[in-house]
Design a protein around this ligand. Structure first.
Ligand SMILES: Cc1ncc(COP(=O)(O)O)c(C=O)c1O
Length: 478
């Protein structure tokens, strides 16, 4: 007679089925209800068995779809390594703007048939039809819209809808605390201008989103690269060390949820510590929260702003990645810098135009928004898996791969001798755009990495493009 707890017996049954190949990668597990009936167990036992298999890496949960057998895709590829030293990594940003802008321009001027370089998804993943209808309704209701002045801090119903949405990330905001911006890019610009000036040091993750590096340089600020774990985000120990060396850190700018490019999510305890740490030192915390709605779980991860007791956290976000890349809609909740941010926004660009705000507000307030996000998450999860498998099967030995728990990117670490800029150029010649690691840092440590966008559904064209990319990388590997 077996003496293991019941849930382990059930889990063992499926473990053996998976290990023997009876259940293959991608197969759907019997539903929890089916497990209850098949094994005469309770709901909690069936769930515990599935969770055990999930934590053993044998199953994966897909939002709203249940459990599936996890692909052994990562086995030929090692996971990303943790950053080596927890030391501050000072990078003077002279010239990085030109370098990044040069790469971007090269990428954008060359026509490509397959774009794996962006930070958004294929149009088919967005609710374009519903947004078009919402925009038409708004124009019908407000025929004089284009002749009227716009609302100063943004369209009130949109601010209300965003405040309701923030509740899910455990953030309490009044609509009046939110200012609508031209994407997260403007929100980040405003946040940085509010708290720092030319010459000031801003601590950033390393690697970090290249757009932030561009903004910093354009504002005459200096970035201090802090090592970032592919699992847990910015190293709090390295940040502490950095603060001991540099007394002019004005702000920490981070992406706690689904960091770009690594895809990591900071554990809540780290978010809480970071908020406290910044507050205790009088350093502003700028949180960039563009991707959290694409996290695999149905409940989005909490924002760092959720731990903000004093208004020291500036929360910047965007609808660009998750709702409509064609609308430049973002927002900022600037805490104690709100009045300054409102002034800066007015001085910089005046309020956003109304039509896209009205269409977005209409859509966010409808049940269709939740359905859209569920569908987006499910599709991204499946697409990431498929891209990861394709990369694992065709890239050279020594390649490492991140395993983000959401989002639309994979961070690929190639064997060290491969230049990501060479891959970028050769891929462009072949009609494929990818983002070279060289864009995500000024320190040269990611020159052999690539960020690959998985936001386009699987197709013969994508398969061919990944095959071409693999051949380029294999050639460069020698
Ligand atoms: C981390 C991060 N922040 C901000 C942005 C810019 O957002 P938006 O397009 O809303 O300006 C991006 C775009 O890729 C991003 O990845």
């Amino acid at each position: 007679m077996e003496s293991a707890p019941l849930y382990r017996q059930v889990a063992g049954h499926y473990r053996r089925a998976i290990e023997s190949g009876t259940l293959a990668a991608g197969d759907r597990m019997p539903s929890v209800r089916a497990l209850m009936a098949l094994h005469s167990v309770s709901l909690s036992t069936a769930l515990q068995a599935c969770r055990q298999l999930e934590s053993d890496g044998l199953l994966e949960a897909r939002p709203r779809s249940g459990y599936f057998v996890a692909a052994p895709l990562r086995s030929p590829l090692a996971a990303l390594a943790e950053p080596a030293a927890a030391l501050p990594d000072p990078a003077q940003y002279v010239g990085i703007h030109q370098r990044i802008s040069g790469l971007l321009a090269r990428g954008q001027h060359q026509h490509v048939h397959t774009n794996l370089g962006g930070a958004y998804c294929a149009p088919s993943l967005y609710p374009t039809e519903a947004l078009r209808s919402a925009a038409t309704r708004a124009l019908r209701r407000h025929p004089m819209l284009f002749g009227e002045a716009v609302e100063p801090e943004g369209y009130q119903p949109l601010r209300s809808a965003l405040a309701r949405q923030a509740l899910r990330a455990r953030v309490q905001l009044a609509p009046e605390e939110i200012v609508i911006t031209n994407g997260c890019t403007e929100a980040l610009n405003l946040a940085l201008r509010a708290v720092a000036g030319p010459g000031d040091v801003i601590a950033v993750e390393s690697p970090t989103y290249y757009g932030l590096l561009q903004i910093l340089e354009s504002l005459g600020m200096r970035a201090l690269e802090i090592p970032c774990s592919p699992q847990t985000g910015i190293s709090l120990e390295a940040l502490e060390l950095a603060a001991q060396h540099y007394d002019n850190i004005r702000a920490v700018a981070v992406v706690p949820n689904l960091q770009n490019p690594l895809g990591c999510i900071m554990p809540d305890a780290h978010k809480a510590r970071l908020v406290q740490w910044c507050e205790a030192r009088g350093i502003a915390l700028i949180e960039d929260d563009c991707f959290s709605a694409t996290a695999d779980s149905d409940a989005p991860p909490a924002a760092a702003k959720a731990w903000d007791g004093s208004g020291n956290v500036i929360h910047c976000a965007s609808l660009h990645k998750v709702l409509a890349p064609g609308m430049r809609l973002g927002w900022i909740a600037a805490g104690k810098w709100q009045a300054r941010v409102e002034m800066l926004k007015f001085g910089l660009s005046r309020p956003n135009e109304m039509l896209s705000q009205m269409a977005a507000a209409d859509f966010l307030a409808s049940g269709a928004h939740d359905r859209h996000l569920r569908r987006l998450r499910t599709r991204l999860c499946a697409q990431r898996e498929w891209f990861a498998q394709a990369i694992a099967a065709s890239f050279p030995a020594g390649t490492r791969l991140g395993s983000p728990r959401g989002g639309m990117h994979l961070w690929v670490e190639l064997p060290a001798q491969i230049s990501s800029e060479a891959v970028f150029d050769q891929a462009l010649q072949a009609g494929i755009r990818v983002m070279p690691g060289v864009m995500f840092s000024n320190a040269g440590r990611f020159d052999h990495c690539l960020r690959v966008n998985c936001g386009t559904p699987r197709s013969a064209q994508i398969e061919r493009a990944l095959g071409t990319l693999a051949a380029i990388v294999q050639r460069l590997a020698g």
